[in-house]
Ligand binder design. Structure first.
Ligand code: PBG
Length: 326
């Protein structure tokens, strides 16, 4: 035998030397839930280890992010009141807008990303404006634009539309530019599937649809080529970055999108994927740090430039401490 692959696997130093994929806290985005109120830091039962904050306590988590070296945060809002048209989403004093102002003031060096969608703010829980039981695409675009502009005005550096309406990137870009915010970044959830793995998130954000489901706008899990169509469209419309979601279950799509994308590609390891690892770890069936690290390395190996994960802070810490050596 001349070729012996095991030669390069003999020591940790050798394995690290030739590792094909590297992870760094710089590429993580940490999702955080903000709810109306004061002095609130509360556990989220469906997402063990994650908490909801009120705008005034939000800096606590930013401080922890800074300690771990995670420098980007993705915000989801739980408004006090919901209505048919999701007014709370673009209210100048909405929960996200308050959090953005506080956050930007206390930690200006962090990148603030606003999730742009309506489902957390509408009484019916759908991601847009309803006509009967159908979401009206083009009318919804006007509302999404208002949300993006108001988040950007409150301090968001990046707006991330997760609604899956057609033409959303072009609408947001035009709205931001018209409002004089040409440097605000659009990070589109370009390829987002109608997934059962959003379950824990919908509990956490109180955003489950009151009737029906999201299959009229989110993608069919059986389709991969359609993901390329969605990705190309959003890039043509001016998306600065795009995302494939969920993460672990859609690595084939992630890889295919990466191959055609001229912009950075993110992957979102969603709530259900997080919950699976957490639940198995709680039973003692998995070593959580190793499983989380393996999942993140796999996303990076499949092509993720950026990883959105509820494990961002833990993983950043574990990487720093050498807890997840291979
Ligand atoms: C809003 C939104 C959802 C998620 C991110 N943005 C829920 C949904 O589409 O139902 C899910 C994130 C997760 O499960 O971690 N539309």
């Amino acid at each position: 035998m001349i070729v012996r692959p095991r030669r390069l696997r003999q020591t940790p130093a050798l394995r690290n030397l030739v590792a094909e994929t590297r992870l760094s806290a710089d590429m993580f985005i940490y999702p955080v839930f903000i709810r109306e109120g004061r002095g609130i830091v509360e556990d989220i039962p469906s997402l063990p280890g994650q908490k909801r904050y009120s705008p005034d306590t939000f800096p606590l988590v930013l401080e922890e992010m800074a300690r771990c070296g995670v420098r980007a945060v993705l915000l989801f809002g739980l408004p006090e009141r919901k209505d048919e048209t999701g007014t709370g989403a673009w209210d100048e004093n909405g929960v996200i807008q308050q959090a953005l102002r506080v956050g930007k003031k206390t930690f200006p060096e962090i990148t603030f990303i606003g999730d742009v969608c309506m489902c957390e703010y509408t009484s019916h829980g759908h991601c847009g404006i309803l006509h009967g039981h159908e979401v009206d695409n083009d009318e919804t675009l006007e509302y999404l634009t208002r949300i993006a502009v108001s988040q950007a005005a409150a301090g968001a550096d990046v707006v991330a539309p997760s609604d899956m309406m057609d033409g959303h990137v072009a609408a947001l870009r035009a709205g931001l530019d018209a409002a004089g915010m040409k440097d605000k970044i659009v990070f589109s959830y370009a390829v987002k599937y109608a997934s059962a793995f959003y379950g824990p998130f919908r509990d956490a954000a109180g955003s489950a649809p009151a009737f029906g489901d999201r299959r009229g706008y989110q993608m069919d899990p059986r389709n991969a080529r359609e993901g390329l169509k969605e990705a190309r469209l959003d890039i043509e419309e001016g998306a600065d970055m795009i995302m494939v979601k969920p993460g672990l279950l859609y690595m084939d799509v992630l890889r295919a999108v990466k191959e055609i994308s001229s912009v950075p590609v993110g992957s979102y390891c969603v709530s259900g994927e997080y919950a699976m690892i957490k639940a198995a770890a709680a039973k003692g069936w998995l070593d959580e740090p190793r499983a989380v690290a393996e999942a993140a390395y796999s996303l990076a190996r499949a092509g993720a430039d950026v990883i959105v994960t509820y494990s961002a802070l833990d993983l950043a810490r574990w990487l720093k401490e050498g807890r997840v050596a291979f």
